[in-house]
Design a protein around this ligand. Sequence first.
Ligand SMILES: NC(=O)c1ccc[n+]([C@@H]2O[C@H](COP(=O)([O-])OP(=O)(O)OC[C@H]3O[C@@H](n4cnc5c(N)ncnc54)[C@H](OP(=O)(O)O)[C@@H]3O)[C@@H](O)[C@H]2O)c1
Length: 243
Amino acid sequence: MRSLRNKVVVVTGAGRGIGAAITRHFFDEGARVVLAARNKKRLQETAASLGADEKDYLIVTADVTVRKQMKKIVLSAMKKFGQIDIFVNNAGVGIHKPLVKTTEKEFDVIFNTNLKAIYYSFLELVPLFKKQAGGQIINISSGAGRIGVPGLAAYSSSKAALNAFSEAVAGEVRNDNIKISVLAPASTDTNLMSNLSKKSKTPSKAAVKLTVDEVAEAVIFLARQNTNAWTSTADIRPLHIKK
Ligand SMILES: NC(=O)c1ccc[n+]([C@@H]2O[C@H](COP(=O)([O-])OP(=O)(O)OC[C@H]3O[C@@H](n4cnc5c(N)ncnc54)[C@H](OP(=O)(O)O)[C@@H]3O)[C@@H](O)[C@H]2O)c1
């Protein structure tokens, strides 16, 4: 398996939850990390938890749904480190509501964050990775993208679209040494569903949830695979479904 030492890894949504854990695991593997999200204070908290020297990490405050701000993430990483080896599109939002109670604005925020932002990242990364002669993108999808979940119509469909989008572009760029992978975690112990709307309740009835560290370890596995080995999609689930 390849080493991640000194690789440059960008993680969106690095301020909390799964993104913060992914950042920590890459850092523990010896990577230099770029932490991106909107809330600077939370990014600083993740960075502090690394105990890192400032030369080994960079914080970029950005809203990934704004094309110019996605570009800023990529340009800032390039300015500081001169390369990007791995880009983890982790930032995502969800809401648990019947479709007819989901406002158009909520629907748009979900699609803009879970799909369009990833499109924006690809517009920056595909030409860059071609110039670099390689690179890897890991998109965090969801088990809810495999089959439509009642109460999660917008979220499920945005993740299903992300899966198809990733698979399509992966086929376009695989011969350029660009690896695009999708990781679809099952229910994980974070505040995801409560962050978009105060009224939203977590939809998960799962007795057993994954931990953020378990999801991060799966991301590390995808990143450490040898150059010629490509896991295009992977599902991670808890083994036991009852406590
Ligand atoms: N938790 C689960 O059960 C679960 C299961 C399967 C898949 N997932 C997926 O895993 C990923 C992470 O979820 P999580 O559970 O860790 O969620 P979370 O705890 O709510 O964290 C989401 C992160 O995304 C960032 N973010 C949201 N909108 C953004 C925007 N417009 N621009 C930049 N950053 C933005 C947030 O930071 P700011 O608010 O500071 O911007 C935050 O750091 C998501 O893609 C989610 O769909 C989660």
